[in-house]
Design a protein around this ligand. Structure first.
Ligand code: PLP
Length: 411
């Protein structure tokens, strides 16, 4: 780092300022986490220099025998961790993993059935502003108005009516368990492939805190940087039957050279997630999310669907009379980072929203437990309800952070 400071002080300062930012506030963004120094070391390595188009043992560049070892380790560790027949660890991101999976299974114009964005689905599940909505004929399902849970009867009816070639389950803002077995049954009945996009909960699945989608889906796509606590990136698991199709869709269809430093960092993260401590970590993430949702509910900030089974809660702010965008701003001013989020059947547009999404992977990595999350709930409530409480909230945030290991402080 001192070399960077001498050579490029402006960028060195950005790195320091970002570290200060995460150390100086509560990070409640559900899709973020703090990677280990070992993951950071692999990311900051000379493996970034190597071109390695192709797959281990079958590259289009010379000199790949060393980086091949990193990719083989990443593949084997992913397969073992998730009990999958095949793994592709090259996708640059979750969006790219989905693009590759669709490319393997669909032709442009084919029909797919996926969760609607305003109900918790991801942009890549058929939004009109995304390639998925532009290139495929997308039918969307959502959650029921009364329970705010996925309506499996609706999914089945839509699948039988529209005969999609692919059904996508998985979401970006759905706090409850998804019944992958029910989706498998529907896909079989409709003669469709089943893709589980578990970008969000894959870390919880790795640690056994929630049931895995892997035994049910033909293809599983995920990101490695959320609860899983790895480097920013994507990956795909699939059956042996689809292995060749998936590999060819990632390279050469949509990507060129893989990011070998990221592949190595993914291998590190998979090994970390296989340790017994990680199982405890994922259980604590869920317990913490439940404690936070309960604390907010007590203060009149209702959790959509009445709670959470995962690492995130979606909070309906309509009773508080503050928009999601305003709540995001007020929390930021008080040292709490979270994001606004549409809630199901939201009367407000996406730039405003009636909700916020809160997640516990970061604070759990910092060692906080349900007691602290109760305090976090009080602080979020104070910040959202009363902009005049900024100084008090900032002080109480600092008190929490003084006890709970600022990121990388122990290294
Ligand atoms: N799929 C889901 C369900 C997600 O939540 C996300 C990101 O939040 C993605 C895909 C895309 O991942 P990335 O941002 O790495 O492209």
């Amino acid at each position: 780092f001192s070399l960077l400071q001498r050579q490029d002080p402006e960028i060195a300062q950005v790195l320091l300022d970002e570290l200060d930012r995460v150390r100086g506030g509560l990070q409640l963004i559900a899709s973020e986490n703090f990677t280990s120094p070992a993951v950071l070391a692999a990311l900051g390595s000379t493996l970034t220099n190597k071109y390695a188009e192709g797959y281990p043992g079958r590259r289009y560049y010379g000199g790949c025998e060393v980086v091949d070892r990193a990719e083989r380790l990443a593949i084997e560790r992913a397969r073992t961790l998730f009990g999958a027949e095949h793994a592709n660890v090259q996708p640059h991101s979750g969006a790219t993993a989905n693009l590759a999976a669709y490319a393997a299974l669909l032709q442009p114009g084919d029909t797919m059935l996926a969760m609607a964005l305003p109900h918790g689905g991801h942009l890549t599940h058929g939004s009109k502003v995304n390639f998925s909505g532009r290139w495929f004929d997308v039918v969307s399902y959502g959650v029921r108005r009364d329970t705010e849970l996925i309506d499996y009867d609706e999914v089945r009816a839509l699948a039988l009516r529209h005969q999609p070639k692919l059904i996508v389950c998985g979401a970006t803002a759905y706090p409850r368990l998804i019944d992958y077995g029910a989706f498998r049954g529907i896909a079989d009945e409709a003669g469709a492939w089943l893709l589980a996009d578990v970008a969000h909960p894959i870390g919880l699945m790795a640690g056994g805190a929630i049931p895995s989608a892997v035994p049910y889906a033909d293809v599983v796509t995920f990101t490695t940087h959320k609860a899983l606590r790895g480097p920013r990136g994507g990956a795909i698991l699939c059956t042996a039957e689809l292995a060749r199709k998936i590999d060819r869709a990632v390279f050469p269809f949509i990507q060129g050279g893989p990011l070998m430093h990221v592949v190595a960092a993914k291998a590190v993260a998979f090994a970390e997630a296989a340790r017994p401590e990680f199982a405890g970590y994922t259980r604590r993430i869920v317990a913490n999310a439940q404690a936070l949702a309960d604390a907010l509910a007590v203060e009149g900030m209702r959790a959509v669907s009445g709670g959470t089974d995962t690492h995130l809660a979606l909070i309906d702010l309509r009773d508080v009379g503050v928009s999601g965008a305003e709540a995001e701003r007020r929390c930021a001013a008080a040292g709490i980072t979270l994001n606004r989020n549409v809630i199901p059947y939201d009367p407000e547009p996406a730039a405003v929203t009636s909700g916020i999404r809160v997640g516990t992977p970061c604070v759990t990595t910092q060692g906080m437990g349900p007691q602290e999350l109760k305090e976090v709930g009080t602080l979020v409530t104070l910040a959202v309800r009363d902009p005049g409480s900024v100084a008090e909230v900032r002080e109480r945030v600092s008190a929490l952070l003084a006890i709970h290991r600022p990121y990388l402080s122990e290294y």
